[in-house]
Design a protein around this ligand. Sequence first.
Ligand code: FAD
Ligand code: SF4
Length: 276
Amino acid sequence: MQLERPSSAAEAVAALATGRALAGGTELVPLLRDGIVEAERLVDVSAVVPRGISGRTIGAGTTLAELESSSQIPAALREACRLAASPQLRNMGTIGGNLLQATRCWYWRLQFPCRLHGGDRCHAREGQHREHAIVANDFCASAHPSDPAAALLALGARLRTDRRELNIASLYRLPTDGDRSTTTLEPGELILELELPEVEGSAYLKAMDRQRWAFALVGVAVARSQGQTRIGLAGVAPIPWLLAGVEELDRATPLPGTAFKVEIARTLVGRALAML
Ligand SMILES: Cc1cc2nc3c(=O)[nH]c(=O)nc-3n(C[C@H](O)[C@H](O)[C@H](O)COP(=O)(O)OP(=O)(O)OC[C@H]3O[C@@H](n4cnc5c(N)ncnc54)[C@H](O)[C@@H]3O)c2cc1C
Ligand code: SF4
């Protein structure tokens, strides 16, 4: 395997035509080690993707630890970063890498030939699925693990890549028979920056199996701006989920083992809204 260290974003994008971006490596390296992802060429983007916070702009190379400790960052994103992973992982893991992390579904991680791997079955639907999705779970029932993505959805963040600008919701797509990917990122596309609009208030709450260093059973982010409130959820759908309102949970489609999550989501949404 080859490791490239480009000296500009343009050089990185050129190398990504045949390589894979490596930032903090906390997600990619285990996937490579386990043979779930294959790459002949790794492109270390840490020196060329912007890092740091300037007003409402966040470099995609900024670590979760830097975000959680910055007073410039709205409460929902600070708290989502603080409650993610462990201090060591937050010191290495970047916000760009976090948004692109793969599912934690163990069938997928153990390389069962499930739908997300291109097969024709969702093993979790029939098997163990306590941590899985409660909405949009018909094709693949995995639950997206990113806490910061839920916060960024509620905050209405926008992304800038080497080739376009998009809102955070447009970064994600539900997998289908024709296309199993969960993001709209094109091959070799590099996320460079995030832009946060002004908000008047925001909050993030996370239910976990233990109080620290666990993925969200349900994560709820809320943000208010110009009289509108947005709600972003983690751990409830194959992608970070923008909830139209708490009533949407009445139409949830939990699996037998995930029904308990609906009540948790309802309760956390109510509590988070009361914090605004
Ligand atoms: C044990 C464990 C527990 C965790 N717990 C949580 C949790 O509770 N909540 C949570 O939200 N997350 C959690 N995480 C995820 C963690 O936050 C991510 O692994 C980390 O943020 C990824 O960032 P990275 O820089 O290390 O990404 P990398 O591993 O370097 O990259 C991840 C992916 O993003 C791509 N990539 C990286 N940067 C860019 C870019 N700028 N443009 C385009 N593509 C890019 C890479 O090619 C790769 O596909 C956990 C991870 C582990 C291992
Ligand atoms: S939930 Fe998704 S990733 Fe998990 S087994 Fe089913 S199709 Fe695969």
